[in-house]
Design a protein around this ligand. Sequence first.
Ligand SMILES: Cc1cc2nc3c(=O)[nH]c(=O)nc-3n(C[C@H](O)[C@H](O)[C@H](O)COP(=O)(O)O)c2cc1C
Length: 291
Amino acid sequence: MGNIFFDIENDINLMMNYRYVQPPQIAYFVTTMDEFGNVNSTPATLGTCNSANQPRDGKPAEYFLTFSLVRKLLKDDGNYLPARDGFVNLQHSDEAVISYIPVNLMQESIVANLPFPRGISELEVAGLHTFRSRNIEVPSIEECPINIECKIINQMDLGETYMLYVAKVVGVSVNQSLVDIDNKGLGVFLIDPLFEINITRTKNGNSRLNYGQLDRNKISIPGDNFGSTGDWVGTFENFIKSEVGRGKITKSEHNQILDLKNQFVKDRSNRDVKNKLTQLLKKAVYGEKFQ
Ligand SMILES: Cc1cc2nc3c(=O)[nH]c(=O)nc-3n(C[C@H](O)[C@H](O)[C@H](O)COP(=O)(O)O)c2cc1C
């Protein structure tokens, strides 16, 4: 079977399901504040955690998230929709709280999707409550088990419609009851988070957003029959040594691999060395069966 190619940049009548490009993504509230202290909460999914750096070398942890909000008048389904209130607030402020949305707040997230006048708090209308954040003025959401306090450190126009924000995490509040059950390091997985799947029409003809969820019984473990012992990435040398330990390559193949690697890093245009190294690496990973 062949492929259907969609020529995105040249086909102005594109008939592609854009959900081939936009994957299911975790939903969260982006809470912001206007200059009068009015709280606004925008449900969003276009962005994720882009950097997770643990404390090391005496330096604190660093986490960064991105999200993007519509920044201008948009024609959608026959209506003209203004820029998101969240975007307007972030023109005067660099603070936002990101709160992942658990399944028990599904209705509230859709209430927050309604086009309330700027300054009216979606959270209040939805019946949600806030508490003081520790490191920023914008409040956190009581009913959300995880609230991530952020400072916007960068932003850029994304094409015609969106503003992409890069947010540095400056504090995280995690509900004690979540910490208490998180004995396997699953974190946000445990809140049964919602994922935006697509937007379809209901039987009444209204267009509505659909959510999907993770299946807790479907955690896949690829196993450890290849790769470095110890570290989950590790060094090349340790990985190759580990495969000798598993008996998949001999000591002499181990030496051959390191020798080929040294040749290849000096000249990555050498096809012969590349092919030999690739074959031996296949053996190191899969054993005899791919030889
Ligand atoms: C699950 C979900 C995800 C959404 N993702 C985004 C998004 O990533 N960016 C965006 O601009 N709007 C997104 N929206 C739409 C906005 O939340 C919606 O237009 C909202 O009314 C805007 O609120 P605001 O004007 O108070 O900022 C999403 C809505 C839902 C329900």
